[in-house]
Design a protein. Sequence first.
Length: 245
Amino acid sequence: MLKIFKADLHIHTCLSPCTELDMSPKRILTSALDKGLDILGICDHNSTANSSAVMTAAKTLDIHVIPGMEVASEEEVHVLALFDDIKNALKLQEYVHKNLPGENDPEAFGMQVFVNEKEEVLGFEDKLLIGATTVPLEEIIRQIHNWDGLAIASHIDREAYSILGQLGFIPDGIGLDALEISPRVSFEEAFQRYKTPYPICTSSDAHYPDDIGKSFTSFLLEEGTVAEMKKAFRNEEGRKVLNKD
C-alpha cells in the first residue's frame, strides 16, 4: 500500500569538517523525529563512514536511514549518492578515496570525527574530505549507478559547488536522477527558474541539529527505500514526488 514519506535526503554528521560536533547519531535522529521525518539521507562530504552508526542507532525507531555521501567531482560539482545497501555505499567510498588528494588540517577545516551509535569517538579521518576528487562528474554519476545508487545534483540554486554554478548548464545525457534545491528556494520558484525535465527535490543540507527537516521532500511510496524513490522520480507504478507548492 502506498503512503506518504517525508524525506530529508541531505544531512551531514560530525564527520564532515564543516559541521557542528553535536551532529551525532542520537542528536540527528532526535531532531528528525521531532520534525516528523520518515527518511533520512546521511551524506557527509566524500565519505559514508558514519552512515552505519546512524543506521544502527535507528534500528528501534520508526525512521528509515539511507546511507550515502556528497561526492565532489573534479569540476567541484557536488552530487548526492544514496544507496539501499551500505556495502555499495562503502564501495563508492573506496573508489572516491582512491581519487581524493589532500590531507585534512583540523585547525583550518575542522575535525572529521568517526563515531559509533553510542556517540563514542572512534577516531579521526585524515583525508581532506572537504576537497574535490580527481574524477569527472559524468564518471562519478556512472559509478553511483554502477552500485545501484541514486544520483542527485546538490543545491543547484547555489553559486558554489553546484552543477549550474560550476558548469553553467546541465550537460545532455549526464544521467542524473534528480536535482536538489536548497531551503532558500521554493518548488514553485525552482520550476519557473530552471524549466528542467529533471525531477526536483529539496533537502536541508543540515550541518546543525536545528536545521534538520528545515526543508524536505514528500514522496508517495510503498516503503522508504532508494528503489522506491527511483520509481517516484520516474513517476512509475503510482510512486510520486508530491511537493509541488
